[in-house]
Design a protein around this ligand. Structure first.
Ligand code: FAQ
Length: 311
């Protein structure tokens, strides 16, 4: 019995063998990985902006240096991820061009504004909490370079989440105004965070195949449920109210029932019409343009070194 190349590939996936850059892989596997990894990389880069907005206004030197370090970590995550996508044959120039032209997607969450200091708590606690839930399983994703990048990213991400929770805890133990600021942040970030996990499974064109290829290890709805189950007790611990009137413990499923996400809002943001989509893209394009001299200098330096070695 002769197995086709594609059947052999699937057999390796089913046996949990990691796929490496030089291995044969179906074109569609390569394509969906480039899609997911580059979107993930773009999310890290654009994800620097909402928090970058508060670096100059952090309430203390300690908070400022933590926030600076976190935003730098995100830039680093973007670089690991672009490198992982490059191992599949994607060019970094092309990926960046697609981000800057608005063609490429990045996470919807980063198109919401950060209006108060509590938003730094909410981004760390909720957004990084969602990111970790999604990324820990990706440490076992079938493509080797992506899985290995995720191991490092997750270590830093769990530190980020702790610092976000600690900001929330400090606010919740503070003055009534600080507690109210924390609640107001939760009210704005809760639903957009639930959207990070992507459309419902029944509306998700990529999930079934990505599960079959073990790129994704859990579906969007499975991760969203885990997130709610993890976060509700943490909100209770903080003395905050999750802004969902339909939230209710379900004894039979040993998890929470919760209200439906506003999917119209989600698709509207994904299509580019969120509160900050334009501002975010503009900031990335500007940063790229202003960095042109660095790229030119690095190339000139590399060229000089090469000439010196050849001489
Ligand atoms: N926003 O068929 P599916 C971070 C798109 S964490 C925008 O379900 P898939 C850390 C999707 O791309 C955030 N678009 O797709 C951080 C697809 O469009 P396409 C980044 C979304 O791929 C924290 C279409 O909808 N994390 O950056 C979103 O199977 C704090 C149909 O969806 C990752 O990227 C969305 N929320 O599942 C940084 C994790 N959801 O390409 C700074 C890796 C879906 O067909 C501060 N990615 N779409 O045109 C994944 O796990 C998956 O790609 C999903 C989507 C789960 C995001």
């Amino acid at each position: 019995l002769e197995l086709t190349q594609e059947e052999q590939f699937q057999a390796r996936i089913d046996a949990d063998v990691r796929i490496e850059p030089k291995d044969w892989m179906p074109d569609a596997y390569r394509k969906t990985l480039i899609r997911q990894i580059s979107q993930h990389a773009h999310s890290e880069l654009v994800g620097m902006l909402p928090e970058g907005n508060w670096i100059t206004r952090a309430p203390s030197l300690k908070r400022k240096s933590i926030l600076l370090a976190k935003v730098q970590d995100e830039a680093g995550h973007g670089l690991y991820l672009y490198s992982a996508a490059e191992t599949l044959g994607a060019s970094r120039d092309q990926m960046l061009a697609d981000l800057h032209s608005g063609k490429a997607k990045y996470s919807s969450i980063f198109n919401y504004p950060t209006l108060s200091w509590a938003d730094m708590g909410c981004v760390g606690w909720l957004v990084d909490g969602a990111a970790i839930l999604n990324q820990v399983p990706l440490c076992r994703t079938s493509y080797g370079p992506y899985a290995r990048a995720m191991v490092r990213v997750c270590k830093e991400e769990s530190f980020h989440q702790r610092q976000g929770f600690e900001i929330m805890q400090t606010l919740c133990e503070g003055s009534p105004e600080q507690k109210a600021m924390a609640q107001e942040g939760l009210n704005r970030w809760w639903w957009p965070t639930l959207m990070m996990f992507g459309p419902k499974d029944s509306e998700s064109p990529n999930t079934a195949q990505s599960m079959n290829w073990r790129i994704k290890r859990f579906t969007n709805d499975e991760l969203r449920q885990k997130f709610v189950d993890m976060m509700v007790p943490q909100a209770e611990f903080l003395g905050l109210t999750v802004p969902d009137p339909n939230l209710k413990w379900n004894e039979a499923k040993q998890g929470y029932d919760f209200g439906d996400v506003d999917w119209e809002e989600f698709w509207n943001v994904v299509k580019g019409n969120g509160l900050c989509n334009q501002e975010r893209l503009q900031a990335r394009v500007q940063a790229h343009e202003e960095g042109a001299w660095v790229r030119e200098a690095a190339l000139a330096h590399a060229e000089k070194r090469k000439q010196r070695e050849e001489a």
